[in-house]
Design a protein around this ligand. Structure first.
Ligand SMILES: Cc1cc2nc3c(=O)[nH]c(=O)nc-3n(C[C@H](O)[C@H](O)[C@H](O)COP(=O)(O)O)c2cc1C
Length: 205
């Protein structure tokens, strides 16, 4: 297909300000896809391990290594992940392999702060080396992070959490000289609502 043929598409043009929040959310999260999932572990006030998925997840910088997640408002006040990061100043970003879709969906459900999603879902934990927050054993790569800063954005507001990566754990054999084998990482991605995807074609250019 030529570039010209692509351009023949008939478009609808939508001012985001004309939509209510729920429709804007659906339009944005349905088009900015697929989004890899950060399963974020944090320590609760009583030492319980909290785990929640975040697909608004991005590399912010590599010098130093900074990763970001955007935490939206919560009807209960603040999400446990935000409260825990504010209190502890650290967290772990666990990558999620394809077979964990159901568990990730479960971790994204509302649970009271004292309930550990780890216990409810049967996920395993491994100790971290630099931070106190443990990492998820079923994850194939994990980033131990110290809070770098929190930026409040929008009317929610959203809290954009930037973490400095202090240690990376990656399954042995998953990379060669830091070149990661995407198939073996098998990242789970969100494509809106309860729908997820895994890697399809890999296009070599
Ligand atoms: C796959 C998936 C991705 C999600 N991504 C985000 C996100 O990027 N930002 C956000 O605020 N909530 C996101 N959520 C919703 C949170 O995971 C959910 O509010 C969760 O209950 C928060 O848990 P916590 O209170 O333990 O922090 C996502 C949910 C799912 C299932």
């Amino acid at each position: 297909m030529t570039v010209q043929a692509h351009m023949a598409l008939d478009y609808e043009s939508i001012f985001p300000g004309s939509l209510d929040r729920a429709h804007r959310y659906k339009l944005f999260t349905g088009t900015v896809i697929p989004r890899p999932i950060a399963l974020v572990t944090t320590l609760g006030a009583q030492g319980q391990v909290n785990a929640a998925p975040f697909s608004q997840f991005i590399i912010v910088a590599v010098d130093p290594g900074l990763l970001g997640i955007s935490i939206g408002p919560d009807p209960r006040g603040h999400k446990d992940t935000l409260v825990n990061i504010q209190r502890e100043g650290e967290f772990v970003i666990n990558t999620v392999p394809g077979p964990l879709a159901e568990i990730v969906q479960r971790c994204g459900e509302d649970m009271p702060p004292e309930v550990s999603e780890i216990e409810v879902t049967g996920l395993g934990l491994l100790p971290s080396d630099v931070v106190r927050t443990p990492r998820v054993a079923q994850s194939r790569a994990q980033f131990e992070c110290r809070l770098e800063r929190i930026v409040e954005v929008g009317n929610g507001p959203n809290h954009f959490i930037i973490g400095e990566v202090v240690l990376v754990h990656i399954g042995r054999g998953l990379h060669e000289d830091c070149r990661v084998d995407a198939r073996r990482l098998d990242p789970l991605a969100r494509i809106g609502g309860r729908n997820y995807s895994r890697l399809g074609d890999i296009i070599e250019t």
